[in-house]
Design a protein around this ligand. Sequence first.
Ligand SMILES: Cc1cc2nc3c(=O)[nH]c(=O)nc-3n(C[C@H](O)[C@H](O)[C@H](O)COP(=O)(O)OP(=O)(O)OC[C@H]3O[C@@H](n4cnc5c(N)ncnc54)[C@H](O)[C@@H]3O)c2cc1C
Length: 445
Amino acid sequence: MQKKVAIIGAGITGLVTAFYLKKNGVDVKVFEKQNRVGGVINSFSENGFIFETGPNSGVLSNIETVNLFNDLSDYCEIEEADETSKKRLIWKNNKWNALPSGLFTAISTPLFTFSDKIRVLGEPFRKKGTNPHENLSDMVKRRLGKSFLDYAIDPFISGIYAGNTDYLIPKYALPKLYNLEQEYGSFIKGAIKKQKEPKTEDDKKITKEVFSVKGGLVELINALAKNIGEENIKTNCNNLEVKFEDNLFIVDNEKYTNVVSTVNTQAIKEVFSFLGEEELKNILNLKYAKVVEAAIGFNNWEGNDIKAFGGLVPGKEKKNILGVLFMSSIFENRAPKNGALLTVFAGGTKREDLFNLPEDELKELIKKDLQEMMGLKTFKPDLFKLFYYEKAIAQYGVDTKERISAVNNIQDKYKGLFLAGSIVNGVGIADRIKQATDIAKQICS
Ligand SMILES: Cc1cc2nc3c(=O)[nH]c(=O)nc-3n(C[C@H](O)[C@H](O)[C@H](O)COP(=O)(O)OP(=O)(O)OC[C@H]3O[C@@H](n4cnc5c(N)ncnc54)[C@H](O)[C@@H]3O)c2cc1C
């Protein structure tokens, strides 16, 4: 049988896989449960605001993401973050403090204790860790000190994982940081040496810039869907079931040589009923952070200066929100002239209680935090909408090794099946694009 691929789920992972398969002449069909494509990515244009309801931006952190935008350049326009948004803020002592960006600010910042600042000078000479399953808190305390954990890494982890540093394992959750220690013996030494290493042409293109798309991230989804073709995408697929017979997969009464799953753990269980409980045990136990996202817009901004990327709130500061992005400072045309668009995140693994609050109560808590943090005398937004994600971000804990093994075992046993999505290989948009590109390459070869 000629190669024919079914993709389950039309989020960014499924669509990028389908896009590259189609580009290589492979027969592909995408099956999506909802009545629209894009998964958690969606953007809206309302009364002069362009707001996201899922991810707000990505990072050009790998060549696959750079190449995707080049391949789609006739269909959507990448927008890199404004220079002013290089400034990142952390809440401490009832005010925003800029994250240090150079030696002087590193010495003068009130974010870290004097003794930790001195201690950091010894980081390059500290012994390398030997426990691959050490959690992030222990790793950071060991190499940098407690105040770096509390006022740099904890808020950073809220920003990416909405997670807990005691739970996440750097080897899986922050592999680049983990590898710096393992390969170079130190974060600082590793970062300096890596900067000096000769760069390939691909390396030079990986700018690490923050990106969105002109008009919002949904334009990336529209560009992908247009290229895949309406006839190759089936939405509203309820109770989809994949069967495995005679080394082929049957989806919607048609035979396929390959199936790529991009759905979350709950859906894997429902869709792939031929997979046994024992086979799936170490996959289904994946934990996710629950997140509520608020899009908040003001026609006339009367708060503090927001010329920055946004601010993150360390758990120690005991606030309700995890952080706030100043979207109208980062990207163009996100709010009316003189107005502002903010995105606020709440919940995460440390504040799951907020996820279950009635919407009005959560809005009150967000309002209280924002009024204080953004210097707003009154709080009368012209846009205030909440979006709920029960399985927002996968948490790569100590069980990740077993999960990767379980995925590999299933893929070995049922040749042609790929279990993708954020259950493995990273949670960011760029990670999703890389995984999808790699899978399409494997299928084509
Ligand atoms: C609130 C939020 C904020 C985020 N912020 C950022 C950010 O700023 N930067 C960043 O890089 N990343 C961010 N992320 C992470 C990033 O958005 C995701 O990792 C990525 O978009 C996930 O894409 P995906 O295709 O793997 O999964 P999804 O987008 O979840 O797509 C999976 C698709 O499968 C479909 N599906 C489910 N069950 C079935 C079924 N039974 N049959 C058929 N289809 C089914 C779903 O409807 C969905 O369309 C954020 C995520 C969330 C939730």
